[in-house]
Design a protein. Structure first.
Length: 90
């Protein structure tokens, strides 16, 4: 991210250092679009993913493959998709 000067703050227990680091990261992330950040981290072994809306999550291939999208009766003759529980007891 180009925040080498903040390296010592990463392990600091001082709340002010952590707040400064969070502010610097927030500012740096705001400088690029989601697509640009996805490209930056595409070949990096790191957990970097966007936070999805419920609609986006329901359409995500991984959730579909794990059976996490379930069809529930609404009680009015219609049904709707919902996200299921992440722990499956099978």
């Amino acid at each position: 991210l180009g925040l080498g000067e903040m390296k010592s703050h990463a392990l600091s227990q001082k709340p002010e250092h952590q707040q400064e680091l969070k502010a610097a990261i927030k500012q740096k992330i705001a400088e690029r679009s989601l697509a640009e950040w996805q490209e930056v981290f595409a070949d990096v072994d790191a957990c970097v993913e966007p936070v999805l809306t419920i609609e986006e999550a329901a359409g995500h291939p991984q959730l579909k493959a794990r059976g996490m999208v379930v069809d529930r009766d609404r009680g009015d003759g219609h049904s709707q998709n919902q996200l299921g529980h992440p722990i499956l007891f099978r």
